[in-house]
Every structure is written in structure tokens, then in C-alpha cells.
Design a protein around this ligand. Structure first.
Ligand code: FAD
Length: 320
């Protein structure tokens, strides 16, 4: 009975959210009285993997096959199932991102495991294996008990405060006998970046809606994002109108993000938009309409014209 965690290799470096996944797995393993082992796929330096010890991984299983540098659902599944069998693992942790969504359900099927998508807590072991998650497009929380022996957990981003500690994980090679069909279908994650920060990994996000009136006004969003070191996002009508690229659209039919700070300017706060952003730690809303629904979800609100408020915020940030 141990815990394994898939840690994504982002072109030779550990994907930043992977540290949170490792810390989650390590804390879970501690609760269960066992240890957490990270599984890393593809070409990557040993020092990158050893550093996972700073987040609680005792060991790393490295499956070095270079074909794993790109996401192949079947191959990743075979790799994780092999690792789980080798480690006698009863829990497999992945992130709740593209890779997790593609791989975790397949792993769960093969291990006959119950699965939770978007875990927001460590399991409550006193009540079984009860994990919190958001339901009804972020309108409520549900508490799900996984009753199967094997369990797969897809962790929502920003569930834990990541803390770097001491230590180095021991890295071991794991050979897996892949089949040609494991690499027959290629799913490639394309992380388009408008500024410099990929939206999915961003801790800070500045987002604009139809209230900004047109693409020519997006400079006020980009200026603030640049000063903050934030990613940019938008509401769906904005991307539908081609004011912004589709990968920036967040909400029920777009991306789901959980940054530490979400600044929404000229966005009404429709339920379909909130579905993608309501997990943000702090929400700041700028809207001319004091009755805009977004204010109900906001931690801070400014009733005002985004074209005036955003440049003043940018100036204020520059002074820090
Ligand atoms: P609007 O609703 O037009 O709101 C603009 C806001 O800007 C208003 O509140 C207005 O008061 C304010 N404003 C105007 N001028 C200014 C100014 N100068 N300064 C500051 N504020 C100003 N939407 C999403 O975003 N994401 C989704 O994933 C999504 N999925 C959907 C799925 C379905 C099935 C359906 C039916 C809808 C979906 N929608 C989604 C659309 C959603 O219902 C809303 O229509 C949309 O979110 C509204 O976008 P908006 O707030 O930018 O625009």
C-alpha cells in the first residue's frame, strides 16, 4: 500500500504544478502510514527529479523512453500502471489538467479504481476516504467517498500551499515494455502564450470581458498583466468575437483556473463564466454596474470604468 504520483516533464523540467502534486501525495502517504513515489516520464536531468525530495517524494521512478516526451495516452497509462504494480500502490495521484484528464481515467479503469476529478482536499481517512470537490459548475462543494481498494485522485491546482523543504529523492530507472500501438495516437498539448505566463500555470490572472468594448482596448489588460507578472484571460463572447484567442477563454466551455488572484474587468459574472474561475483564491471585480452578479463572488470590487481603473491600478503596481 503506497502512493504514486505522476509528475509531468515539461520539456526537460518539472512542470511547476507538479511540486504541488508531489506534496499532496507525500502528505496523503504520511496520513496512510506509507511513502510517496514520483513517476517521471521522458528525457529529463537527474537533478530535476532529485529535487522532488524537497516536496516530500522519497523516490522517483524514471521511465526514460524518449517517446514519452510527448503525451501518449496509452503509453502514459501503461507506464503508470506498471509503476503502480511495482510499488504495490493503492493510490495514484495526477493533476487535474490535460494530461491528468487523458491518463487518469484510463489508469483507473485498468486498476479497477474509483476516481475523483478535481480533488480540493486531502482525504478524510476517519470517514473512509472522503475528498472535497466542487460540483454544479462551482456552485457547491461535494464530499465523495472512494470505497474501492485502489483509488485515483486528480488534484485541482492551488489546493495546497506549496512549501519547499530539504532532501533529495532517490532516482531509479524503470523499464516498461511498451507496444507500438501505445504510440499510435499523439495528443500534443499546445500551450499558447500571449504574454509570458501560460494561463493554466498562472498564479495571477487579469481577465477582460465584453465591457472593454473591443480588442483595441486590451492594452489596459496587458499592461496590468505585465506589471503583475500575470497571465491574461477573457470571457467567452470576447473569444467568440475574435477579440482574443480561444485558449484565453475561461468558464464552463473554456478553461478552469484556480489562481491566487483573478482580476475581472468588464465581465458580468454569468454562472457559465464563474464555473471556470470561482475556485480562485481572491477575486477582484471592476464593473460599471453595481448590480453586476460578479460582485457577489468578489472579495474586492470596484464600481467604475475599467478603462480608467485598470491604468490606475497599473500605475499603483509600478510604484511597488
Ligand atoms: P456581458 O454579459 O456583455 O457583460 C459585460 C459587463 O461589462 C457588464 O456587466 C457591464 O456592466 C460591464 N461593463 C460595461 N462597460 C464597462 C466598463 N467600461 N468598465 C467596466 N465594466 C463595464 N461565458 C464565459 O465567459 N465562459 C464560458 O465558458 C461560457 N460558457 C457558456 C456556455 C453556455 C452553454 C452558455 C449558454 C453560455 C456560456 N457563456 C460563457 C456565456 C455567458 O452566459 C455570458 O454570456 C458571458 O460570460 C458574458 O460575457 P461578459 O461578461 O464578457 O459580457
Amino acid at each position: 500500500m503506497s502512493v504514486i504520483v505522476l509528475v509531468e516533464n515539461n520539456g526537460g523540467t518539472i512542470k511547476p504544478k507538479g511540486f504541488e502534486a508531489v506534496q499532496y501525495a507525500a502528505q496523503l502517504a504520511q496520513k496512510m502510514g506509507t511513502t510517496a513515489t514520483a513517476v517521471v516520464l521522458g528525457t529529463i536531468a537527474e537533478t530535476e527529479m532529485q529535487a522532488l525530495g524537497q516536496y516530500g517524494a522519497k523516490r522517483v521512478l524514471h521511465i526514460a523512453d524518449e517517446r514519452l516526451n510527448n503525451l501518449h495516452a496509452r503509453a502514459y497509462t501503461r507506464a503508470l500502471v506498471n509503476a503502480a504494480e511495482k510499488e504495490n500502490a493503492s493510490v495514484v495521484v495526477t493533476l487535474y489538467d490535460l494530461t491528468g484528464r487523458v491518463v487518469a481515467p484510463r489508469v483507473a479503469t485498468q486498476l479497477k479504481a474509483g476516481i475523483i476529478a478535481g480533488a480540493l482536499s486531502l482525504p478524510d481517512l476517519d470517514k473512509g476516504f472522503v475528498i472535497k470537490k466542487s460540483v454544479f459548475s462551482g456552485k457547491a462543494f461535494g464530499y465523495v467517498n472512494i470505497i474501492s481498494n485502489n483509488k485515483v485522485i486528480m488534484l485541482a491546482a492551488n489546493t495546497l500551499q506549496v512549501k519547499k523543504g530539504e532532501g533529495a529523492a532517490a532516482v531509479e530507472k524503470l523499464d516498461v515494455a511498451f507496444e507500438a500501438k501505445d504510440f499510435a495516437i499523439v495528443v500534443k498539448e499546445v500551450n499558447k502564450v500571449t504574454g509570458e505566463i501560460p494561463l493554466a500555470d498562472a498564479e495571477l490572472v487579469v481577465s477582460g470581458g465584453r465591457g472593454l468594448k473591443g480588442p483595441e482596448n486590451w492594452g489596459v489588460i496587458e499592461d496590468l498583466a505585465r506589471e503583475l507578472g500575470a497571465a491574461t484571460a477573457c470571457s467567452r463572447p470576447v473569444s467568440d468575437a475574435d477579440w482574443r484567442p480561444h485558449h484565453e477563454h475561461v468558464g464552463q466551455t473554456g478553461g478552469t483556473i484556480r489562481p491566487n488572484l483573478y482580476i475581472a474587468a468588464g465581465i458580468s459574472g454569468a454562472i457559465q463564466h464563474l464555473a471556470g474561475v470561482s475556485g480562485s483564491k481572491t477575486i477582484v471585480v471592476i464593473n460599471t454596474d453595481p448590480e453586476a452578479p460578479f460582485f457577489k463572488a468578489a472579495n474586492y470590487g470596484v464600481v467604475g470604468d475599467a478603462m480608467q481603473v485598470l491604468p490606475r491600478l497599473t500605475e499603483a503596481v509600478k510604484k511597488f
